[in-house]
Design a protein around this ligand. Structure first.
Ligand code: ZN
Ligand code: ZN
Length: 74
């Protein structure tokens, strides 16, 4: 089962790939793909003013800053 939504039964791939260590404990959390996408933050940087920000990875949306699309960081 997914440790976040507790609804989704994890596939083998999800079980082995979507693992996160819990800070200050030996425990691990395992997530379904949908929850993992929610948890992972995408980082962006504005090429004009060097502002940086993050958005949740739920959905592909374009982010604009200073009137231009931002650069996505790894
Ligand atoms: Zn889930
Ligand atoms: Zn900017």
């Amino acid at each position: 089962m997914c440790d976040r939504c507790e609804i989704v039964k994890l596939s083998y791939d999800e079980y082995t790939n979507n693992v996160r260590d819990i800070v200050d404990s030996g425990e691990k959390m395992r997530y379904c793909d949908e929850c993992r996408n929610y948890i992972i933050l995408k980082k962006w940087e504005c090429m004009k003013c060097n502002s940086k920000g993050t958005i949740r990875n739920e959905r592909e949306i374009s982010v604009n800053h200073c009137g231009e699309s931002v650069q996505w960081l790894e």
